[in-house]
Structure formats: C-alpha cells, structure tokens
Ligand binder design. Structure first.
Ligand SMILES: O=c1ccn([C@@H]2O[C@H](COP(=O)(O)OP(=O)(O)O[C@H]3O[C@H](CO)[C@@H](O)[C@H](O)[C@H]3O)[C@@H](O)[C@H]2O)c(=O)[nH]1
Length: 702
C-alpha cells in the first residue's frame, strides 16, 4: 500500500460520494410508506460513447432528490412529465469512460413499474437498471453503502434496435454493497467494484423471479452496518436482524425491506453477512465478503458476485456487445453453485490476464540505492518486477537482498541502456506495463569533467529506452528527476511551476533535457503517460538494515559520508560552508527517507494507469534542515560523535533548497511520513550492519 490511499468511494454516477449520510434523507427513507411518493434511479450503461448523441437530445435538469444522492456534480432539472412520471436525468462517465445516464422517476401512485427507456444505439446494448436509493456514510473509517438496490429490468440491444426483456426468471437483481472498513480494505473492494456503474459492490442480495419488487427508499443499513468487517465471523443473534428492538427506530430494518419481496424467511435466522439468492435453488448462500486474499470456500461465491458486478449485471447482458464469452450468460437461472463454477474459471482467467497486462514494472537502475527500495515497495503493492541495470554503480548483492526481503525472485538483466537490442530483448521477454526509469550517472563533479559521458549515458540511454518502449507499445514511464532542475531557487519552497533549466552542471542539465524530451513526447502522442518525480535529498535505508546507499569511492553526499565517519571509515566530516544565509550558516536541504521516496514511485505508477498524460511532482518533505541539524540527529541516532570541520563552500552549492510536496499529496495521495530521527536510525542500522556496504557481503558480485 502506498501512503494515504484514499478510501473515497465513487457513486454510481461516477462522481465522488457524499461522506455523510444526511439525517434528512434518512428520516425520509424511514418514513416512506408503500403509498408514499417513490423514486427510482435508472442507470443506462453503454459500452462506448456512441450514445452521446442520444443523450444530448434529452433535456438535463437541476433538481436533486434528497433521498437519492446522485453524487453527480451535474444537478438535474425536471423533465417534462409523462403521465404521472416525472423523470430527471444526469449524465456522467464511469472509470472506463462509459457513458452513464441516470434517470430518476417519481411515481406518484406508488406502483412499481419498469419503464423501458427507448433510446438506443446502433452498436451497443444497454442495461437499464433501477436504483432505489443510495447513501454513503463514511465514519470511523468505515465506508458503507447504506443502500444500493439495483433492479435490473430491461435490456436493450442493437440488433433490430428492439428492446429485449431479460431472460425469464431474472427480472430482478437486487444488490447492496458496502466497502470494507479499513482504507486497505476499501481499496481491495474498489478493485472488485461494480465498475460498470463505478460503485463498490460486495453483495448480491437476491436474484428473484417474478415481478419487480416495490421497495424504494428503504435502507439496508441497520443489519449490515454494525460491523461489516467481522461479518463472516459474526454470530449476531438472529433477532438482531429480525426485530427492530434495540436499534435506531429511524432506521428501516431488514425485515421491513424483505417483507415486501419474495425473500426466504430463513435469511432472517442467518448471522450477519452477505447472501446471494438463487432462484434455482430457492435458497440464499452466504458469500465471502473479504477482499482478494481470502481462500475460504465462500470465496468462489464472492467471485460470482464480482462477476455480476463486473458487467453491471451479467445476468442481463445476454445480447450485450460487452459480453465476450457466451458462457457468462448461459441458461439462467442456474443453481448458484453451477453458476459459480461456470464463471469461476472465466473470472480467474480474466483476472490473470488483467494482472499480466497491468502489473509488470520494469525498473531501470533497479540495483541501485533508490531502485532497490522502489522494488520492495512495488512488490509489496502487488506489482511484478523486472530489473535492468548495467551494474556500473550498483551491486547484484542488493538484488539478492531485495529478493530475500520480498520473498521472491526478481528477473534481473545486466544490460546497458545504450545497448538498444538488449533492451528490446527484455521487452520481448516480459509483458511490461510501465517503466520506472532510474538508471543514469549522478555525480555532479564527474559530470563537469566528463560531460559527454553524461549526455551519452543519461540522455542517449533514455532516448533508447523510450524508442524501445514505443516499439513495444509501452507508454507509461516514471522518470527519476531531481530538484537540481530548479537551479538557483527564485523562491522557497520550490513548487513544480518554479522556473526550470538553470542548471549549473551537466548532470543537472541531463535531467532537465530528459524532462523536455518526455514533455515533447507527451505532446506528440497522447498515448504517453509520464510522471516526472523531482527528488530532493533521499537518505536513510530499509528498516531491515540489509539494503542502503553504498556509493563507490568517496561519498559526494552528506549522509553516506557521515555514515562512513560513524563506522570509522573516514576520520571526520567536512562541512562545506558555514556562512550561508541560513539559521546556522550551513546549507539547508529537504531530506526525504528513501522508503517514502520509493512509495512515491508506487503512487506514481498508479497515476500512470489513470492515463494521466504528463505529470510533474516534487518528492520531498517540505522541511528545510541544515547540515549541522543532520549532524546532531545522526549523533543521536547512532550514539556516535561525528567530528567535523567547517570549510569553504563547495563549488556549485546553494544555501537552501526545499520543496513544496503538496501537489503529490493532492494528486498522488502521497506524503512523506518518516521524520529525521527515523532517517538517521535507519541509515545507522544499515551502515553499522554493513560498514563496507555490499562489498563486505559474502557472495557479493562487487
Ligand atoms: O561532505 C559533505 C557533503 C555535503 N555537504 C553539504 O550537505 C548539503 C547536502 O549536500 P549533498 O548531500 O551533496 O546533496 P546536494 O548537494 O543537495 O545534492 C543532492 O540533491 C540534489 C537535489 O537537490 C541532487 O541533484 C543531487 O544529485 C544530490 O546529490 C549541502 O549543503 C552540502 O554542502 C557537506 O557539508 N559535506
């Protein structure tokens, strides 16, 4: 998981959901009588945008129901009355870019009816579903769909432009969903969402025969919301479900809801949980509501649920262009177990395919300091990794240790980016979805002495990589840039829109040039998604103390140098400059824990998958810290005295450099959380356990 993963769910209309259940709505819901004015929400889901023209013809309104929270920024106006129906609609797109039109229908006579929405398209079919009401309560880190009742009622297809009713026996699909309580859980659920309608759904409550149920404006909240997280183990007495005693009288109870539909009474004697009703078996089966990692037998039923959710009601998409495999909709209704087994393999295959397609990240420079930490976090987030590294400034030992931490083998290729064919071979061997490009030379002083080497290696290597990516249809890249592109700060903290390019050394210029190349690439071809990450000063090491920074030769940077002083490899630290315009006269920088930095890469990869185009983010803490502050913090963490001498300023150094990381916080949901003490403690663990870096390790390639 990366930091601060948002648990914000999405509504059926694709917009953000309201975070508080409105008490007004609640009382309206609970007081709804069978003859009260009822409201339904119709959702049309199409698989392409061809229906745009159809939708445009319809008037869009601005009235919003208090009971139905559409969560759509587009409010609605009343549509002209048609009989006693008043219809309103909203337009939106779900996460797949599918057009969703939501229509609400007030039925003054209280009668239920399913209206066939007559709009149609030539190529696609639609699932027309009726939704009674949806409300979401985000409290105590629990996200709940208080009610999401979807009745799938009608299918329209393109063949002959005739609306088709769905197969007999499946006139109703009644779903209710809740997302798991924890942030992590909700993310898990989101990946199993009702993505046709962009809603998290964890349960199918019933697939029943006969007439469409008449239960708008009621909530399933009471029996379900008490503790969804423990639902599988929950042995709440049946009476908690079957009576309203002891619960908020404002809240409609499950029995009230079920009483109005052909629901087996047996459900009322079951523990809290999620159940799916099969018309064939005439029974409810409990289904697993856990996210991906669950292996329980009920899990397969859960997969069935996902499948239903996945296609917005596959049960009614027999003729849909979106259904590729006819097996998905064969001969319904089936007994639930049959349905499960029929779909199980298909779903697994689809998932596997999806994983393969989305989840393999190539990390160039993966054996280096930052790369090794990035790989661990990517693996922990579920990605598969391929490493490409020329091992000039890195060690295979770091990969071996990463494999140990991650508990899996990492395909690693000792390949130079200047060897284009070899790079291409790697792309041919693996189905790469995204690239994190960290490889390059990075010594400022060396770059002044050997500028051509830097331009060839960094710029030439990158253009090779980009060409190979393009040739292999890979258009997602995270690029490791640097705050050095800002040059001399014109203001602090540095924001991403600070002028760039005033670099004083070839190393910095290569970073700037590559940013320009990537920007031009995004302009030339919209398929490219690029996240440029401008690092501030990465320090620290992995908690295990087994991987960390291991510079070759004399360290250029402050913290590895200090680490080597602490273990006795160097006599004392030279502090470059004590007359800067800073609180203590020494240089001020924005030090960021390398694990936080690594997590920023994970967040960036996720961003690419949103088809983000070109994005640029500062990765820092936003805090300026002086050299002497760092000395003190490291002495505290290591318990070692760090002898130092004050010296002249280092050529090319600036007084202060720290960034504003708020854009990454906002758009990536990423924030650095590890403080100075942790940076120093982790660095010390690594340095003290590995005084000679990887070189001291048995079996090291160095
Ligand atoms: O032995 C040393 C090394 C450094 N410093 C001082 O420590 C601070 C940090 O220096 P250093 O760790 O070398 O980092 P930076 O010079 O800030 O450069 C880093 O941060 C830049 C982005 O801001 C990147 O572009 C560079 O690649 C990266 O090395 C500066 O004030 C230095 O003058 C010392 O006093 N003694």
């Amino acid at each position: 998981m990366y930091q601060n993963m948002s648990s914000t769910p999405h509504s059926t209309t694709g917009g953000p959901v309201s975070s508080k259940f409105e008490s007004d709505s609640y009382s309206k819901l609970s007081s709804a009588s069978p003859t009260a004015k009822k409201e339904q929400t119709y959702i049309n889901i199409s698989s392409d945008h061809q229906q745009d023209s159809d939708h445009k013809e319809k008037p869009h309104g601005h009235a919003k129901s208090s009971a139905v929270q559409s969560h759509d920024p587009t409010e609605t106006t009343a549509k002209p009355e048609r009989d006693e129906l008043s219809k309103r609609e909203t337009n939106n797109e779900n996460s797949r870019g599918e057009r969703i039109t939501t229509e609400r229908e007030d039925q003054g006579n209280g009668a239920r009816g399913v209206e066939t929405v007559t709009e149609n398209s030539k190529q696609t079919s639609k699932v027309v579903a009726a939704m009674t009401s949806l409300s979401v309560d985000v409290a105590d880190d629990v996200v709940r769909f208080e009610e999401m009742a979807v009745e799938t009622v009608e299918v329209q297809t393109s063949d002959g432009n005739k609306p088709h009713t769905q197969p007999d026996g499946v006139n109703e699909l009644f779903k209710t969903g809740m997302s798991q309580g924890s942030t992590e859980g909700s993310q898990g659920m989101r990946s199993q969402s009702l993505d046709a309608a962009d809603v998290m759904t964890t349960a199918v409550w019933g697939v029943t025969e006969g007439s469409v149920m008449t239960q708008p404006h009621t909530s399933l909240s009471s029996p379900l919301k008490s503790d969804h997280r423990n639902s599988r183990d929950n042995t709440t007495p049946p009476d908690a479900l079957s009576t309203s005693s002891g619960t908020n009288s404002m809240e409609p109870q499950l029995p009230d809801i079920l009483a109005s539909r052909p629901t087996p009474a047996s459900l009322l004697n079951r523990p809290q949980g999620f159940y799916c009703y099969s018309t064939a078996s005439k029974n409810y089966s409990e289904i697993c509501s856990s996210p991906d990692d669950c292996d329980c037998p009920k899990r397969s039923a859960f997969i069935f649920t996902e499948l239903v959710a996945d296609v917005g009601g596959c049960l009614c998409t027999r003729k849909s262009a979106r259904v590729e495999e006819p097996a998905m909709v064969s001969d319904l209704p089936l007994a639930l177990p049959d349905l499960i087994s029929a779909h199980h393999e298909l779903v697994s295959k689809k998932k596997q395919k999806h994983r393969m397609a989305q989840k393999t990240v190539l990390v160039t420079g993966g054996a280096g300091y930052i790369g090794s930490h990035v790989i661990i976090e990517l693996i922990q987030d579920g990605f598969d990794i391929v490493v490409l590294d020329n091992l000039v400034n890195a060690s295979m030992e770091s990969i071996r240790r990463v494999e140990k931490i991650a508990g899996k083998k990492i395909p690693t290729y000792s390949v130079d980016l200047l060897d284009k064919n070899a790079v291409d071979d790697v792309f041919k061997k693996h189905k790469i979805s995204s690239v994190i490009h960290l490889a390059g030379l990075k010594a400022v002083g060396e770059s002044c002495e050997l500028p051509l080497l830097y331009y060839k290696t960094n710029v030439g290597g990158t253009t090779n990589l980009l060409e190979v990516m393009e040739a292999n249809g890979v258009f997602n890249i995270v690029f490791s840039s640097s705050a050095t592109v800002y040059g001399l700060p014109q203001f602090l903290p540095l924001t991403e829109d600070h002028p760039v390019g005033g670099c004083t050394n070839p190393y910095g210029k290569t970073k700037f040039m590559i940013e320009q190349i990537l920007s031009d690439l995004c302009t030339s071809n919209k398929k490219w998604n690029v996240a440029v990450l401008r690092y501030f000063n990465p320090v620290g090491a992995h908690k295990s103390g087994t991987i960390g920074e291991d510079p070759s030769g004399v360290p250029n940077n402050l913290m590895p140098f200090m680490g080597q002083v602490a273990v006795g490899r160097r006599a004392s630290l030279t502090v470059y400059g004590s007359d800067y315009d800073t609180p203590d006269g020494t240089g001020v920088r924005d030090y960021i824990h390398v694990v936080d930095l690594a997590l920023g890469h994970v967040a960036a990869v996720h961003k690419l998958n949103e088809q983000c185009g070109l994005k640029v983010y500062n990765l820092g803490t936003g805090q300026g810290v002086s050299v002497l502050d760092m000395v003190k913090a490291f002495e505290k963490a290591s318990g070692k005295k760090i002898p130092y001498e004050l010296a002249e300023r280092r050529l090319g150094d600036i007084a202060s450099c720290y960034g504003d990381p708020s854009l990454a916080a906002k758009e990536l949901n990423w924030t650095a959380t590890r403080g100075l003490d942790e940076m120093c403690e982790d660095l010390w663990r690594w340095q003290s356990q590995n005084p000679q870096g990887y070189k001291g390790a048995e079996g090291s390639s160095q």
